[in-house]
Design a protein around this ligand. Structure first.
Ligand SMILES: CC(C)(COP(=O)(O)OP(=O)(O)OC[C@H]1O[C@@H](n2cnc3c(N)ncnc32)[C@H](O)[C@@H]1OP(=O)(O)O)[C@@H](O)C(=O)NCCC(=O)NCCS
Length: 179
């Protein structure tokens, strides 16, 4: 696509803006219990191409100063989703990071490369000072991705979520812009 912002990383992983044509592949990635078990509630299961289209449209229409959302691609295949979302009020220079990688792509460095690329982009192109993520304490793979990407573990948010009927702690990780 002409004039599309592509962020390229190692191992053939890149981030690019969402395209409506990604919707069927997004539906396949997200119709996965193991993946959804590590995300917040609210995603339909199974996740259809129509659900994908409505998510992608909302990302494409979103405020470009508040929402930094990209498709993660490996070669020419959709491998996942990543976004940083600016917070409000006194936290307006803080962004929350969210991401997932399709199960067939796990363990190949895709998540880590995507997190590094997005954080660098956000710090280089916006006034955001702090990017944080809150994986469930049980989500060792996500904690590892954040550690490999230079995030610092700041502490445990005890009994901070109920997921599938289980009371879970969450881990607070952050990465700061170098001032
Ligand atoms: C978390 C997730 C994004 C990781 O993606 P990925 O592309 O597999 O990540 P990477 O390959 O870059 O790194 C994964 C790391 O976790 C490690 N890991 C994976 N499963 C693990 C486990 N059960 N225990 C400990 N470490 C584990 C891997 O060995 C690897 O570390 P290494 O390079 O030191 O060996 C992916 O598993 C996913 O989408 N999970 C479901 C959704 C999710 O958890 N999103 C994040 C919400 S905060």
């Amino acid at each position: 696509m002409k004039d599309e912002l592509i962020l390229s990383g190692s191992g053939g992983v890149s981030l690019r803006p969402w395209r409506l044509s990604d919707a069927p592949a997004l539906g396949e990635l997200l119709s996965n219990k193991k993946l959804q078990d590590n995300l917040r509630d609210g995603l339909p299961y199974p996740y259809t191409a129509e659900d994908g289209e409505s998510y992608i449209s909302s990302m494409l229409k979103g405020d470009k100063n508040k929402l930094f959302a990209f498709a993660i691609v490996l070669g020419d295949k959709l491998a996942g989703s990543i976004g940083a979302f600016r917070q409000s009020n006194i936290h307006s220079r803080t962004a929350e990071l969210g991401y997932y990688v399709g199960e067939s792509f796990w363990g190949r460095g895709v998540g880590t490369t995507a997190v590094k690329l997005l954080c660098r982009h956000v710090f280089e192109t916006t006034d955001i000072l702090r990017i944080y993520a809150e994986p469930f304490a049980t989500n060792a793979a996500s904690c590892r991705v954040l550690e490999k990407s230079g995030f610092r573990f700041e502490g445990t948010l005890r009994q901070n979520a109920v997921k599938n009927g289980n009371i879970l702690d969450m881990h607070m990780y952050s990465l700061l812009k170098k001032l």
